[in-house]
Design a protein around this ligand. Sequence first.
Ligand SMILES: Cc1cc2nc3c(=O)[nH]c(=O)nc-3n(C[C@H](O)[C@H](O)[C@H](O)COP(=O)(O)OP(=O)(O)OC[C@H]3O[C@@H](n4cnc5c(N)ncnc54)[C@H](O)[C@@H]3O)c2cc1C
Length: 393
Amino acid sequence: MVGAGLVGSATACALAAQGRRVLVVERRAPLTALPDDVRGLVLAPASVEVLERCGLWAPLASHAAPIRHIRISERGAFGCVRLDAAEAGLEALGWSCPADLMLSELNAALVRTGTIEISWSTRFVDARAGAETVTVELATAEGPREVAAQLLVGADGARSLVRHAAGIEVDRVDYGQSAVVANLDAPALAADLAIEHFTAEGPLALLPRGGTRFVSVQCLERAHAQRAAQLAPQAYLERLAARAGQRLGELDGLGPRRVHALARQRARSLVAARTVIVGNAANTVHPNGAQGLNLGLRDVAALDAVLRDADDIGSRTLLASYAARRAPDHRAIGTFTHLAAQAFASPLPPVRWARRAALAALAHAPPLRRRLVGELSGLGALARLAAPGGEAP
Ligand SMILES: Cc1cc2nc3c(=O)[nH]c(=O)nc-3n(C[C@H](O)[C@H](O)[C@H](O)COP(=O)(O)OP(=O)(O)OC[C@H]3O[C@@H](n4cnc5c(N)ncnc54)[C@H](O)[C@@H]3O)c2cc1C
Protein backbone atom coordinates (compact mmCIF):
# COMPACT_ATOMS: atom_id res chain seq x y z
CA MET A 1 0.00 0.00 0.00
CA VAL A 2 1.51 3.34 -0.98
CA GLY A 3 0.05 6.36 0.85
CA ALA A 4 -1.23 6.74 4.41
CA GLY A 5 -3.72 9.47 3.48
CA LEU A 6 -7.41 9.04 4.29
CA VAL A 7 -8.11 6.45 1.60
CA GLY A 8 -4.82 4.54 2.05
CA SER A 9 -5.28 4.31 5.83
CA ALA A 10 -8.87 3.03 5.46
CA THR A 11 -7.83 0.50 2.78
CA ALA A 12 -4.97 -0.80 4.91
CA CYS A 13 -7.26 -1.24 7.93
CA ALA A 14 -9.88 -3.06 5.82
CA LEU A 15 -7.28 -5.46 4.35
CA ALA A 16 -5.60 -6.07 7.71
CA ALA A 17 -9.04 -6.93 9.16
CA GLN A 18 -9.23 -9.71 6.52
CA GLY A 19 -6.04 -11.14 8.03
CA ARG A 20 -3.83 -9.94 5.13
CA ARG A 21 -0.21 -8.96 5.69
CA VAL A 22 -0.07 -5.26 4.86
CA LEU A 23 2.91 -2.94 4.43
CA VAL A 24 2.03 0.77 4.27
CA VAL A 25 4.61 3.08 2.73
CA GLU A 26 4.23 6.81 3.42
CA ARG A 27 6.64 9.50 2.31
CA ARG A 28 5.96 11.84 5.23
CA ALA A 29 7.02 11.30 8.83
CA PRO A 30 4.42 10.07 11.36
CA LEU A 31 2.17 12.88 12.60
CA THR A 32 3.22 14.36 15.91
CA ALA A 33 0.64 17.17 15.77
CA LEU A 34 -2.53 17.84 13.78
CA PRO A 35 -1.73 18.41 10.08
CA ASP A 36 -2.22 21.90 8.65
CA ASP A 37 -5.57 21.27 6.96
CA VAL A 38 -8.51 23.52 7.87
CA ARG A 39 -11.04 21.78 5.61
CA GLY A 40 -14.20 20.10 6.80
CA LEU A 41 -14.83 17.00 4.71
CA VAL A 42 -18.43 15.89 4.28
CA LEU A 43 -18.84 12.15 4.74
CA ALA A 44 -21.92 10.78 2.99
CA PRO A 45 -24.05 8.14 4.79
CA ALA A 46 -22.44 5.35 2.72
CA SER A 47 -18.97 6.48 3.81
CA VAL A 48 -19.98 6.34 7.45
CA GLU A 49 -21.15 2.77 6.81
CA VAL A 50 -17.79 1.87 5.21
CA LEU A 51 -15.84 3.44 8.08
CA GLU A 52 -18.05 1.64 10.60
CA ARG A 53 -17.32 -1.71 8.93
CA CYS A 54 -13.56 -1.00 9.23
CA GLY A 55 -13.96 0.03 12.89
CA LEU A 56 -12.95 3.60 11.98
CA TRP A 57 -16.15 5.56 12.61
CA ALA A 58 -16.08 5.37 16.43
CA PRO A 59 -12.99 7.62 16.79
CA LEU A 60 -14.43 10.11 14.24
CA ALA A 61 -18.07 10.29 15.33
CA SER A 62 -17.54 12.72 18.20
CA HIS A 63 -15.74 15.19 15.86
CA ALA A 64 -18.39 15.05 13.11
CA ALA A 65 -21.24 17.56 12.77
CA PRO A 66 -24.44 16.16 11.20
CA ILE A 67 -25.87 18.00 8.18
CA ARG A 68 -29.66 17.71 8.24
CA HIS A 69 -30.52 20.51 5.81
CA ILE A 70 -28.79 21.83 2.67
CA ARG A 71 -29.76 25.09 0.93
CA ILE A 72 -28.70 25.27 -2.73
CA SER A 73 -29.06 28.52 -4.64
CA GLU A 74 -27.71 30.36 -7.64
CA ARG A 75 -26.78 34.03 -7.93
CA GLY A 76 -29.50 35.96 -9.74
CA ALA A 77 -32.03 33.12 -9.58
CA PHE A 78 -35.18 33.37 -7.50
CA GLY A 79 -35.56 31.01 -4.49
CA CYS A 80 -33.49 28.01 -3.54
CA VAL A 81 -33.59 24.21 -3.29
CA ARG A 82 -33.88 22.81 0.22
CA LEU A 83 -32.68 19.27 0.81
CA ASP A 84 -33.86 17.75 4.02
CA ALA A 85 -32.67 14.57 5.77
CA ALA A 86 -36.12 13.79 7.18
CA GLU A 87 -37.75 14.14 3.74
CA ALA A 88 -35.25 11.60 2.40
CA GLY A 89 -35.76 9.27 5.37
CA LEU A 90 -32.16 9.71 6.54
CA GLU A 91 -30.75 10.56 9.96
CA ALA A 92 -28.44 13.08 8.26
CA LEU A 93 -27.57 14.04 4.69
CA GLY A 94 -23.91 13.78 5.68
CA TRP A 95 -21.42 14.43 8.46
CA SER A 96 -18.89 17.23 8.29
CA CYS A 97 -15.63 16.09 9.81
CA PRO A 98 -12.47 18.19 10.32
CA ALA A 99 -9.87 16.94 7.82
CA ASP A 100 -6.95 17.33 10.24
CA LEU A 101 -8.59 15.23 12.97
CA MET A 102 -9.73 12.65 10.45
CA LEU A 103 -6.20 12.05 9.14
CA SER A 104 -4.76 11.98 12.62
CA GLU A 105 -7.40 9.46 13.82
CA LEU A 106 -7.05 7.21 10.76
CA ASN A 107 -3.25 7.19 11.07
CA ALA A 108 -3.60 6.36 14.77
CA ALA A 109 -5.94 3.50 13.84
CA LEU A 110 -3.31 2.10 11.45
CA VAL A 111 -0.79 1.99 14.27
CA ARG A 112 -3.35 0.52 16.72
CA THR A 113 -3.98 -2.55 14.55
CA GLY A 114 -0.51 -3.73 15.64
CA THR A 115 -0.39 -5.99 12.56
CA ILE A 116 0.22 -3.43 9.81
CA GLU A 117 3.88 -2.69 9.05
CA ILE A 118 4.20 1.07 8.45
CA SER A 119 7.26 2.53 6.78
CA TRP A 120 7.15 6.31 7.38
CA SER A 121 9.47 8.73 5.57
CA THR A 122 9.64 6.23 2.73
CA ARG A 123 9.04 7.02 -0.93
CA PHE A 124 7.66 4.67 -3.51
CA VAL A 125 10.10 4.78 -6.44
CA ASP A 126 9.11 2.15 -8.99
CA ALA A 127 7.48 -1.26 -9.46
CA ARG A 128 7.89 -4.26 -11.79
CA ALA A 129 4.99 -6.68 -12.10
CA GLY A 130 5.84 -10.38 -12.56
CA ALA A 131 3.62 -13.42 -13.00
CA GLU A 132 3.03 -14.05 -9.30
CA THR A 133 4.27 -10.96 -7.50
CA VAL A 134 5.04 -7.30 -8.01
CA THR A 135 8.46 -6.06 -6.91
CA VAL A 136 8.36 -2.60 -5.38
CA GLU A 137 11.37 -0.29 -5.08
CA LEU A 138 11.35 2.04 -2.11
CA ALA A 139 13.62 4.83 -0.85
CA THR A 140 13.65 4.62 2.93
CA ALA A 141 15.47 6.84 5.44
CA GLU A 142 18.03 4.00 5.79
CA GLY A 143 18.50 3.57 2.03
CA PRO A 144 16.87 1.62 -0.84
CA ARG A 145 14.59 -1.33 -0.06
CA GLU A 146 12.84 -3.84 -2.34
CA VAL A 147 9.73 -5.76 -1.40
CA ALA A 148 7.65 -8.34 -3.25
CA ALA A 149 3.88 -8.49 -2.85
CA GLN A 150 0.87 -10.13 -4.48
CA LEU A 151 -0.77 -6.73 -4.94
CA LEU A 152 0.39 -3.11 -5.03
CA VAL A 153 -2.27 -0.58 -3.97
CA GLY A 154 -1.63 3.01 -5.05
CA ALA A 155 -3.36 5.37 -2.61
CA ASP A 156 -0.73 8.00 -3.25
CA GLY A 157 -2.96 10.89 -4.29
CA ALA A 158 -3.49 12.93 -7.44
CA ARG A 159 0.18 12.86 -8.49
CA SER A 160 0.38 9.09 -8.00
CA LEU A 161 3.75 7.59 -8.90
CA VAL A 162 2.22 4.12 -8.60
CA ARG A 163 -0.18 5.05 -11.40
CA HIS A 164 2.73 6.37 -13.45
CA ALA A 165 4.86 3.26 -12.84
CA ALA A 166 1.91 1.07 -13.91
CA GLY A 167 1.66 2.98 -17.20
CA ILE A 168 -1.88 4.22 -16.49
CA GLU A 169 -2.62 7.49 -18.26
CA VAL A 170 -4.90 10.25 -16.98
CA ASP A 171 -7.28 12.76 -18.53
CA ARG A 172 -6.95 16.10 -16.79
CA VAL A 173 -8.99 19.30 -16.82
CA ASP A 174 -7.61 22.31 -14.99
CA TYR A 175 -10.57 24.38 -13.75
CA GLY A 176 -8.36 27.49 -13.45
CA GLN A 177 -9.92 27.89 -9.99
CA SER A 178 -8.73 27.51 -6.42
CA ALA A 179 -10.74 26.92 -3.27
CA VAL A 180 -10.09 29.26 -0.36
CA VAL A 181 -10.98 27.40 2.83
CA ALA A 182 -11.36 28.98 6.27
CA ASN A 183 -13.26 28.38 9.50
CA LEU A 184 -15.51 31.09 10.90
CA ASP A 185 -18.38 31.73 13.30
CA ALA A 186 -21.90 32.24 11.89
CA PRO A 187 -24.14 32.36 15.00
CA ALA A 188 -27.31 33.12 13.00
CA LEU A 189 -27.17 29.83 11.05
CA ALA A 190 -28.63 26.55 12.31
CA ALA A 191 -25.85 24.21 13.47
CA ASP A 192 -27.00 21.42 11.12
CA LEU A 193 -27.34 23.54 7.96
CA ALA A 194 -25.01 23.47 4.94
CA ILE A 195 -25.20 26.11 2.23
CA GLU A 196 -24.10 25.82 -1.39
CA HIS A 197 -24.39 28.93 -3.55
CA PHE A 198 -23.38 28.86 -7.21
CA THR A 199 -21.98 31.91 -8.94
CA ALA A 200 -20.31 32.36 -12.33
CA GLU A 201 -16.93 32.69 -10.54
CA GLY A 202 -17.43 29.36 -8.81
CA PRO A 203 -19.40 27.83 -5.94
CA LEU A 204 -19.32 28.95 -2.34
CA ALA A 205 -20.15 26.56 0.50
CA LEU A 206 -20.61 26.75 4.24
CA LEU A 207 -20.42 23.48 6.16
CA PRO A 208 -21.21 23.07 9.85
CA ARG A 209 -18.40 22.25 12.25
CA GLY A 210 -20.46 22.11 15.41
CA GLY A 211 -22.09 24.93 17.39
CA THR A 212 -21.66 28.28 15.68
CA ARG A 213 -18.50 27.21 13.84
CA PHE A 214 -18.61 26.68 10.05
CA VAL A 215 -16.08 25.89 7.34
CA SER A 216 -16.31 28.23 4.37
CA VAL A 217 -15.13 27.10 0.94
CA GLN A 218 -14.96 29.75 -1.78
CA CYS A 219 -14.04 28.59 -5.28
CA LEU A 220 -12.64 31.51 -7.28
CA GLU A 221 -10.56 32.13 -10.35
CA ARG A 222 -6.97 31.36 -9.28
CA ALA A 223 -5.58 34.91 -9.02
CA HIS A 224 -8.77 36.11 -7.24
CA ALA A 225 -8.43 33.26 -4.77
CA GLN A 226 -4.84 34.27 -3.94
CA ARG A 227 -5.95 37.86 -3.43
CA ALA A 228 -8.95 36.82 -1.32
CA ALA A 229 -6.68 34.74 0.91
CA GLN A 230 -4.62 37.84 1.64
CA LEU A 231 -7.46 40.27 2.39
CA ALA A 232 -7.77 41.62 5.91
CA PRO A 233 -10.08 39.29 7.91
CA GLN A 234 -13.01 41.75 8.11
CA ALA A 235 -12.85 42.54 4.38
CA TYR A 236 -12.74 38.82 3.61
CA LEU A 237 -15.83 38.13 5.72
CA GLU A 238 -17.72 41.07 4.18
CA ARG A 239 -16.97 39.86 0.62
CA LEU A 240 -17.93 36.34 1.51
CA ALA A 241 -21.26 37.52 2.97
CA ALA A 242 -21.91 39.64 -0.12
CA ARG A 243 -21.13 36.69 -2.43
CA ALA A 244 -23.30 34.21 -0.52
CA GLY A 245 -26.56 35.51 -2.01
CA GLN A 246 -28.52 34.78 1.19
CA ARG A 247 -28.51 36.23 4.65
CA LEU A 248 -25.80 34.65 6.77
CA GLY A 249 -26.11 37.08 9.69
CA GLU A 250 -23.01 38.31 11.42
CA LEU A 251 -19.76 36.49 10.53
CA ASP A 252 -16.79 36.50 12.89
CA GLY A 253 -13.81 34.53 14.22
CA LEU A 254 -12.08 33.92 10.87
CA GLY A 255 -9.42 31.21 11.15
CA PRO A 256 -6.37 30.72 8.91
CA ARG A 257 -7.11 30.57 5.18
CA ARG A 258 -5.71 27.82 2.98
CA VAL A 259 -5.82 27.68 -0.83
CA HIS A 260 -6.30 24.49 -2.89
CA ALA A 261 -5.89 24.47 -6.70
CA LEU A 262 -8.78 22.62 -8.39
CA ALA A 263 -8.53 20.17 -11.26
CA ARG A 264 -10.35 17.10 -12.45
CA GLN A 265 -8.19 14.08 -13.15
CA ARG A 266 -9.46 10.70 -14.21
CA ALA A 267 -7.27 7.62 -14.67
CA ARG A 268 -8.00 5.72 -17.88
CA SER A 269 -7.85 2.45 -15.95
CA LEU A 270 -8.27 1.60 -12.27
CA VAL A 271 -6.00 -1.45 -12.49
CA ALA A 272 -2.84 -2.74 -14.18
CA ALA A 273 -0.81 -5.92 -13.72
CA ARG A 274 -0.84 -6.68 -9.94
CA THR A 275 -1.69 -3.04 -9.26
CA VAL A 276 -4.83 -1.14 -8.29
CA ILE A 277 -5.19 2.61 -7.74
CA VAL A 278 -7.73 4.08 -5.32
CA GLY A 279 -8.90 7.46 -4.04
CA ASN A 280 -7.44 10.57 -5.63
CA ALA A 281 -4.84 8.47 -7.47
CA ALA A 282 -7.75 7.08 -9.51
CA ASN A 283 -10.12 10.04 -9.67
CA THR A 284 -9.77 13.61 -8.46
CA VAL A 285 -12.99 15.61 -8.73
CA HIS A 286 -14.17 19.18 -8.18
CA PRO A 287 -15.21 19.62 -4.53
CA ASN A 288 -18.60 21.21 -5.49
CA GLY A 289 -20.50 18.01 -4.61
CA ALA A 290 -18.25 16.96 -1.67
CA GLN A 291 -17.72 13.62 -3.38
CA GLY A 292 -13.95 12.90 -3.73
CA LEU A 293 -13.28 11.15 -0.45
CA ASN A 294 -16.69 9.50 -0.54
CA LEU A 295 -15.82 7.96 -3.90
CA GLY A 296 -12.47 6.80 -2.47
CA LEU A 297 -14.15 5.16 0.52
CA ARG A 298 -16.41 3.21 -1.84
CA ASP A 299 -13.17 2.04 -3.54
CA VAL A 300 -12.18 0.69 -0.12
CA ALA A 301 -15.54 -1.10 0.23
CA ALA A 302 -15.22 -2.63 -3.24
CA LEU A 303 -11.64 -3.84 -2.67
CA ASP A 304 -12.69 -5.30 0.67
CA ALA A 305 -15.56 -7.19 -1.03
CA VAL A 306 -13.58 -8.42 -4.06
CA LEU A 307 -10.44 -9.53 -2.22
CA ARG A 308 -12.25 -11.23 0.67
CA ASP A 309 -11.45 -14.99 0.80
CA ALA A 310 -9.21 -14.78 -2.31
CA ASP A 311 -5.94 -16.76 -2.37
CA ASP A 312 -4.19 -14.60 -4.93
CA ILE A 313 -5.37 -11.03 -4.33
CA GLY A 314 -3.42 -9.69 -7.30
CA SER A 315 -4.85 -12.03 -9.91
CA ARG A 316 -5.96 -10.57 -13.21
CA THR A 317 -9.53 -11.88 -12.79
CA LEU A 318 -9.99 -10.29 -9.38
CA LEU A 319 -8.61 -6.95 -10.49
CA ALA A 320 -10.82 -6.98 -13.60
CA SER A 321 -13.82 -7.68 -11.36
CA TYR A 322 -12.85 -4.76 -9.08
CA ALA A 323 -12.50 -2.40 -12.06
CA ALA A 324 -15.88 -3.45 -13.50
CA ARG A 325 -17.60 -2.83 -10.15
CA ARG A 326 -16.07 0.60 -9.69
CA ALA A 327 -16.19 2.02 -13.21
CA PRO A 328 -19.89 3.12 -13.20
CA ASP A 329 -19.60 4.98 -9.87
CA HIS A 330 -16.36 6.70 -10.96
CA ARG A 331 -17.94 7.69 -14.25
CA ALA A 332 -21.15 8.98 -12.65
CA ILE A 333 -19.48 11.06 -9.91
CA GLY A 334 -16.79 12.39 -12.28
CA THR A 335 -19.45 13.46 -14.79
CA PHE A 336 -21.84 14.94 -12.19
CA THR A 337 -19.19 17.09 -10.47
CA HIS A 338 -17.65 18.15 -13.79
CA LEU A 339 -21.00 19.09 -15.36
CA ALA A 340 -22.00 21.05 -12.24
CA ALA A 341 -18.67 22.93 -12.37
CA GLN A 342 -19.11 23.71 -16.07
CA ALA A 343 -22.85 24.42 -16.08
CA PHE A 344 -22.78 26.92 -13.23
CA ALA A 345 -19.77 28.72 -14.73
CA SER A 346 -21.33 29.15 -18.16
CA PRO A 347 -22.82 32.57 -19.04
CA LEU A 348 -24.50 31.16 -22.21
CA PRO A 349 -28.27 31.80 -22.07
CA PRO A 350 -29.35 28.20 -23.01
CA VAL A 351 -27.11 26.79 -20.26
CA ARG A 352 -28.40 29.38 -17.79
CA TRP A 353 -32.03 28.55 -18.62
CA ALA A 354 -31.35 24.81 -18.37
CA ARG A 355 -29.74 25.04 -14.94
CA ARG A 356 -32.46 27.37 -13.62
CA ALA A 357 -35.09 24.94 -14.93
CA ALA A 358 -33.24 22.08 -13.20
CA LEU A 359 -33.07 23.98 -9.88
CA ALA A 360 -36.75 25.00 -10.16
CA ALA A 361 -37.74 21.40 -10.86
CA LEU A 362 -35.76 20.24 -7.81
CA ALA A 363 -37.30 22.97 -5.64
CA HIS A 364 -40.85 21.85 -6.50
CA ALA A 365 -40.56 18.07 -6.84
CA PRO A 366 -39.92 16.06 -3.66
CA PRO A 367 -39.35 12.79 -5.63
CA LEU A 368 -36.55 14.49 -7.62
CA ARG A 369 -34.99 15.78 -4.41
CA ARG A 370 -35.20 12.32 -2.83
CA ARG A 371 -33.52 10.85 -5.90
CA LEU A 372 -30.70 13.42 -5.79
CA VAL A 373 -30.15 12.86 -2.08
CA GLY A 374 -30.19 9.09 -2.68
CA GLU A 375 -27.44 9.40 -5.32
CA LEU A 376 -25.29 11.75 -3.25
CA SER A 377 -25.64 9.58 -0.14
CA GLY A 378 -23.69 6.88 -1.97
CA LEU A 379 -25.97 4.25 -0.40
CA GLY A 380 -27.23 2.99 -3.76
CA ALA A 381 -23.70 2.64 -5.14
CA LEU A 382 -22.58 0.88 -1.94
CA ALA A 383 -25.51 -1.56 -2.07
CA ARG A 384 -24.73 -2.37 -5.71
CA LEU A 385 -21.11 -3.16 -4.72
CA ALA A 386 -22.35 -5.73 -2.24
CA ALA A 387 -24.67 -7.40 -4.78
CA PRO A 388 -23.36 -10.69 -6.21
CA GLY A 389 -21.03 -9.77 -9.07
CA GLY A 390 -21.21 -6.10 -8.10
CA GLU A 391 -22.18 -3.33 -10.48
CA ALA A 392 -22.45 -4.04 -14.15
CA PRO A 393 -20.15 -1.80 -16.21
C1 LIG B 1 -11.19 22.12 -0.95
C2 LIG B 1 -11.54 20.66 -0.98
C3 LIG B 1 -12.65 20.22 -0.28
C4 LIG B 1 -13.01 18.87 -0.32
N1 LIG B 1 -14.14 18.47 0.34
C5 LIG B 1 -14.52 17.18 0.28
C6 LIG B 1 -15.70 16.73 0.95
O1 LIG B 1 -16.38 17.51 1.62
N2 LIG B 1 -16.05 15.41 0.86
C7 LIG B 1 -15.32 14.53 0.11
O2 LIG B 1 -15.71 13.36 0.01
N3 LIG B 1 -14.18 14.92 -0.51
C8 LIG B 1 -13.76 16.20 -0.43
N4 LIG B 1 -12.60 16.60 -1.04
C9 LIG B 1 -11.76 15.57 -1.69
C10 LIG B 1 -10.88 14.81 -0.67
O3 LIG B 1 -10.11 15.72 0.07
C11 LIG B 1 -9.96 13.83 -1.38
O4 LIG B 1 -10.70 13.06 -2.27
C12 LIG B 1 -9.26 12.88 -0.39
O5 LIG B 1 -8.62 13.60 0.61
C13 LIG B 1 -8.23 12.02 -1.15
O6 LIG B 1 -7.54 11.22 -0.24
P1 LIG B 1 -6.40 10.20 -0.76
O7 LIG B 1 -6.03 9.42 0.46
O8 LIG B 1 -6.85 9.48 -1.97
O9 LIG B 1 -5.20 11.14 -1.26
P2 LIG B 1 -4.17 12.06 -0.43
O10 LIG B 1 -4.88 12.73 0.70
O11 LIG B 1 -3.52 12.93 -1.43
O12 LIG B 1 -3.11 11.04 0.21
C14 LIG B 1 -2.04 10.53 -0.54
C15 LIG B 1 -0.95 10.07 0.43
O13 LIG B 1 0.09 9.43 -0.32
C16 LIG B 1 1.35 9.91 0.11
N5 LIG B 1 2.28 9.78 -1.03
C17 LIG B 1 2.23 10.44 -2.21
N6 LIG B 1 3.22 10.05 -3.02
C18 LIG B 1 3.93 9.13 -2.34
C19 LIG B 1 5.08 8.35 -2.67
N7 LIG B 1 5.73 8.42 -3.85
N8 LIG B 1 5.55 7.47 -1.74
C20 LIG B 1 4.92 7.35 -0.53
N9 LIG B 1 3.83 8.07 -0.18
C21 LIG B 1 3.33 8.94 -1.08
C22 LIG B 1 1.08 11.34 0.52
O14 LIG B 1 2.07 11.83 1.42
C23 LIG B 1 -0.30 11.23 1.18
O15 LIG B 1 -0.21 10.92 2.56
C24 LIG B 1 -12.21 17.94 -1.04
C25 LIG B 1 -11.08 18.38 -1.73
C26 LIG B 1 -10.75 19.73 -1.70
C27 LIG B 1 -9.51 20.17 -2.45
